[in-house]
Design a protein around this ligand. Structure first.
Ligand code: UD1
Length: 357
């Protein structure tokens, strides 16, 4: 049996690990290493519980830091684990700092790397995730792509087609498995919503929240939108910190709540009239759910959510943000379809390929 070591660290990794771990169950010996990039219970533990992932075998407990410090701490703590555990393949997920740091360590030690969610490109190098995606894909031996644009990007960058496997979207595997367990009434109640339609907001990217002028203009626009439709805003710790730093006061124009668990957030997403976000994964989940998504970013590494799905990009143009939210709330809302291979079986395809290689 092969020894597969999975590396995860931040919230969006956990819903990608869960189905791959399940699909490999009984077919490989598996070890989970959590880097500790995310450490709050609401950003990490709750996902392990709700997604049914076993507790990590190893937690590197690196915590927060600058990009260089966080990446370096992960590499220093991870290297001896690889030397001691000697896995056959290390699986890394998505585009967070933990993904790139682990890939760098493995490549220098000659350990095979499999990248789940390979090939996505925003072509915006001001995003730390774009750098993480490019470095990880350069180093990976097996590249599992969620959509055909990923294959095209990798081939254009000179990656051998033999390494690339179009498998579909593992995050949708998790969504399809857990959607029947969501309780929309309970989720609405927990965030203080009554029967009305509502908008769901998440914002956490440095490009949106780190510059005070940009953050304030987005929040002022949300206040305006909040006069027409109730807004629920589960707030990432980074955004909460920036709000405090900016001294921005919200006087009940929207419901600011703590980060939610997977099931609670999914319940609200499926029920929302519109989702306003700068997240990557949420663009995909709303496309699957057929819920209008307005993305407060100038670009996306997930173009199928725009060309096939329900997503629209508005950048930091607040007039467009208002207009697209209005449109989403009207009968003229953008309809979409589900991209090919977002069918709940992506992780089975990955497990078959891993078993054969
Ligand atoms: C990271 C990922 C991002 C992903 C996001 C999802 C990178 C480069 N970025 O961004 O792609 O979309 O996770 O959440 O890897 N903090 C806490 N508690 C925690 C974790 C973080 O309070 O459990 C706070 C700390 O103040 C920290 C800040 O959030 O400095 C940022 O955390 P960090 O892991 O550096 O990046 P994220 O913004 O979470």
């Amino acid at each position: 049996m092969k020894h597969i070591l999975h590396v995860v660290g931040a919230r969006p990794n956990f819903m990608k690990l869960a189905p791959v771990y399940r699909a490999l169950n009984g077919r490989a010996r598996q070890t989970i290493v959590h880097t500790g990039q995310h450490y709050d219970a609401a950003m990490s533990t709750v996902f392990f519980e709700q997604l049914g992932i076993p507790a990590p075998d190893v937690n590197l407990q690196v915590g927060s830091g600058t990009h260089a410090a966080q990446t370096a701490h992960i590499m220093l703590a991870f290297e001896p684990q690889i030397v001691a555990l000697k896995p056959d393949i290390v699986m890394v997920y998505g585009d967070v700092n933990s993904t790139m740091a682990a890939a760098l360590v493995c490549s220098k030690l000659g350990v095979k790397i499999a990248h789940v969610e390979a090939g996505l490109r925003s072509r915006d190098r001001s995003m730390p995730e774009e750098i993480n995606r490019m470095v990880t894909d350069t180093l990976a031996d097996l590249l599992f792509t969620p959509s055909a644009d990923g294959d095209a990007n990798l081939i254009a960058e000179g990656v051998s087609p033999a390494k690339i496997h179009l498998v579909g979207n593992v995050m949708i595997d998790t969504l399809m498995r857990l959607l029947p367990l969501t309780d929309t009434e309970k989720a609405r109640h927990s965030v203080g919503l009554n029967g009305h339609r509502f908008a769901l907001v998440t914002l956490h990217r440095p490009g949106t929240v780190d510059d005070t002028a940009t953050l304030v203009s987005v929040l002022d626009t949300l206040r305006q939108i909040g006069r027409n439709v109730p807004i629920v805003f589960p707030m990432h710790p980074r955004t909460r910190q920036r709000l405090t730093d900016a001294g921005y006061k919200v006087n009940g124009e929207f419901r600011l709540v703590e980060p939610l668990g997977y099931l609670e957030f999914l319940a609200l997403q499926r029920d929302a009239a519109v989702v306003i976000t700068d997240s990557g994964g949420i663009q995909e989940e709303t496309t699957y759910l057929g819920v209008p998504c307005v993305t407060v970013r100038p670009n996306t590494e997930r173009p199928v959510t725009v060309t096939i799905g329900t997503n629209v990009l508005v950048g930091h143009d607040m007039t467009r943000l208002c207009r697209e939210v209005q449109r989403a709330l009207s009968s003229d809302r953008k309809n979409g379809a589900i991209p090919p291979l977002w069918d709940g079986k992506a992780s089975d395809r990955i497990a078959d390929i891993i078993a054969e290689c």
